[in-house]
Design a binder for this molecule. Structure first.
Ligand SMILES: [Zn+2]
Length: 400
């Protein structure tokens, strides 16, 4: 993080005091019910690396007091239990947990050339954009969920929180089933020879293709240049149906150099093979579409979705490595979201401190604490994130 160790507590103090939307987070995590909130598990990561687990709070002010006592650099949110998670004397089990999804860009390392590991840029963010759109189709169209919160994790990807009551009470088995349904195993799953398993594309595949098709060439072939790197070609060739096809395509790739030329050559070759009824391409008429689905289908962190007691970073908390705030984004504008310019703790606190140095106007003095808070949010550009969260929250509260 870009803040010296000696200053970090001061920065966190100002952040929790002035910017962290505590009241909103409280309303969300308790769903308007004090008992529910009191059984919600929190875990805090302190600046000295210490982790305090199994924390719970009966009221918002208790959580607030904890933030100002411990100044955690990381806040993780867990499930809602039958009793307070801090109670160690009675058996406890999860009774509610949002249906959560975690998509990390590091899981796309074998099909990206711009960054590796936890690094992310606007080029590889496009894989996340495709994944979010697809996930949303499943959640809204197939499962009928309405209360979906999209969060940039602060470093390498996104978290999706499905907060409908029906989703919160799903057991682990059903969560696994949902994931299995979405993971499109036949597309993602390669057989032992690392080849795609041929079959006819179905309604669900076609629906995903509508999103993926316009993106595949710009993202994979152009931006990621996947057919012009050794790793990219080594990944592509084994996906072909058989050795004969592989030999043809290898020859084709040695005759064409750029990623785009190679893709165009491949698609023309495929068309010729199909129209000339080449025996070793029989049954693979839809292979290019198959490839597109394989490259661009979402890659989920299975454990996060399946594990009901899994902890997940609290929205608006700080990522302890990057210092970036874990902020919500609007799915309708996911393409415009730039993970490399999201606010950092240092930037926000510096801006708010500068704001304070300018004497507050008479008008400011007349504002209530909440009004002043919103005005501060607006000036430092944080309001757009708060607004997204409030829109989500209002819709959620109105349903209860
Ligand atoms: Zn990148």
């Amino acid at each position: 993080m870009d803040i010296p160790d000696k200053d970090i507590l001061r920065y966190l103090n100002i952040y929790y005091q002035r910017l962290f939307p505590l009241k909103e987070i409280y309303s969300w995590l308790g769903y308007g019910d004090v008992i529910t909130f009191s059984r919600r598990e929190f875990t805090f990561k302190l600046c000295n690396q210490l982790i305090i687990r199994n924390q719970a709070f009966t009221v918002c002010n208790q959580l607030k007091a904890c933030l100002f006592r411990e100044f955690p650099i990381g806040i993780d949110v867990g499930a809602i239990y039958n009793i307070s998670p801090s109670n160690k004397s009675l058996p406890k089990y999860c009774v509610e947990r949002e249906l959560v999804f975690d998509i990390d860009i590091s899981d796309y390392d074998d099909i990206r050339t711009c960054c590796k590991g936890p690094d992310i840029c606007t080029k590889c963010w496009k894989y996340i954009v495709i994944a979010c759109k697809i996930l949303n189709i499943y959640l809204e169209n197939d499962f009928g969920y309405h209360h979906i919160l999209w969060i940039f994790s602060g470093r390498r990807g996104i978290h999706c929180w499905v907060c409908d009551k029906d989703a919160r009470t799903l057991n682990q088995c059903v969560r696994s089933g949902i994931l299995k349904f979405m993971c499109n195993e036949k597309i993602n799953g390669l057989n032992k020879e690392m080849q795609l398993c041929g079959r006819k594309l179905d309604y669900y595949d076609r629906r995903l293709l509508a999103i993926i098709d316009p993106e595949f060439v710009p993202v994979c072939i152009v931006d990621q240049n996947l057919l012009d790197t050794k790793e990219g070609v080594d990944y592509f060739l084994p996906l072909l149906p058989n050795d004969k096809a592989r030999t043809d395509v290898q020859q084709l790739f040695s005759d064409h150099q750029s990623s785009m030329d190679r893709w165009n050559a491949f698609t023309s070759y495929h068309e010729n093979m199909i129209s000339s009824h080449a025996e070793y391409w029989q049954g693979w008429e839809e292979f290019p579409d198959y490839l597109k689905l394989h490259y661009c289908s979402p890659r989920f962190d299975v454990n996060v979705t399946e594990g009901i007691s899994h902890l997940l970073r609290c929205p608006f908390s700080v990522h302890s490595v990057t210092g970036r705030i874990s902020v919500p984004f609007d799915l309708a504008e996911v393409e415009l979201f730039d993970p490399t310019t999201t606010p950092t703790l240092k930037q926000l606190v510096t801006e708010i401190t500068t704001l304070d140095k300018n004497l507050s106007s008479e008008e400011d003095k007349r504002l209530s604490k909440d009004q002043k808070r919103m005005k501060d949010y607006e000036i430092i550009g944080f309001k757009k994130f708060i607004d997204i969260f409030q829109v989500f929250l209002e819709k959620l509260i109105n349903t209860h």
